[in-house]
Design a protein around this ligand. Structure first.
Ligand code: ZN
Ligand code: ZN
Length: 277
């Protein structure tokens, strides 16, 4: 990629303290194949005006790799957590290690955490216990929480409600629910983040939900390397540059310009994650 220099890549490239440029609020940049080509992945992203990223950890090893990445790139932040899929593999000491990692200066949230009753890779009771431990840690460290919830909406909300007043900032990431579920989330004062799923032909429910989410509660993400948006879906490995397709799609859906949607959702993300650079 020619028009982003290495200097721009590692220092703050554009935008400075303004809201100019998009934020990919949920990427797995420490996953292969993205991490193996990370300079080019981020250069393509900057060229597409996606200029900040939050890379999300799913287990202790991924959290460590994610933090190491944030130390290389100014505009890269991270969330640390243990995915509900990985709940079964938690060993003694992991939670203490998670707390230690969560105190790193580039950590802007805890997660992803929550419940996944679609795959059930871990026992539901094990997932719930681990989820509660994340919420306790978020309250202790005063960090926002990134929620992964799949076919477990009511259980997820019931657990979160017990932390009302202690865990204030909550985002349901890769939202694939209904408008009714979105309304529950908004009524609680929580946030909703959309991936390329909203562009999928069979995702009418998700589009109906997006219509009722105000831009000051809406964030954008890739969840890359997964969830490539239309019309790029045949590109199997998603990456942050492709988030502009989701942004354009949502701008049309909301009846605003791309610039308006970009500015508003970036402001929402900067406030939510307390990103001031
Ligand atoms: Zn997830
Ligand atoms: Zn994820």
């Amino acid at each position: 990629m020619s028009n982003t220099s290495d200097e721009q890549l590692h220092r703050t490239p554009y935008g400075g303290a303004t809201s100019n440029g998009l934020i990919d609020t949920h990427a797995h940049l420490a996953f292969e194949p993205l991490i193996g080509d990370i300079d080019n992945v981020l250069k393509r992203s900057i060229n597409a005006r996606v200029i900040r990223w939050i890379t999300v950890g799913t287990n202790i090893d991924q959290n460590r790799k994610s933090i190491a990445l944030t130390e290389k790139y100014d505009n890269l932040y991270t969330a640390v957590g243990i995915h509900p899929h990985d709940a079964k593999d938690v060993i003694a000491g992991d939670l203490a290690e998670l707390e230690k990692l969560a105190r790193h200066e580039k950590v802007v949230a805890l997660g992803e955490t929550g419940l996944d009753f679609h795959y059930n890779f871990s026992e539901q009771s094990t997932q719930k216990e681990l989820f509660k431990k994340h919420l306790a840690l978020a309250a202790k460290l005063n960090l926002p929480v990134i929620i992964h919830s799949r076919e477990a909406f009511d259980d997820t909300v019931a657990i979160l409600e017990r932390w009302d007043g202690r865990v204030e900032k909550v985002v349901f990431h890769c939202f694939t629910g209904t408008a009714d579920q979105a309304k529950v989330i908004l009524d609680k004062g929580w946030y909703i983040s959309f991936t390329g799923v909203v562009t999928f032909k069979n995702a009418n429910d998700v589009r109906e939900a997006a219509k009722i989410v105000p831009l000051d509660k809406m964030m954008l993400e890739t969840d890359c390397p997964y969830m490539t948006p239309e019309p790029m879906r045949k590109q199997k490995v998603n990456e942050p540059a492709l988030m502009v397709h989701t942004a354009k799609f949502l701008a049309d859906l909301k009846g605003v310009t791309f610039e308006e949607l970009a500015a508003a959702t970036t402001t929402t993300a900067r406030i939510f994650f307390n990103i001031t650079t």
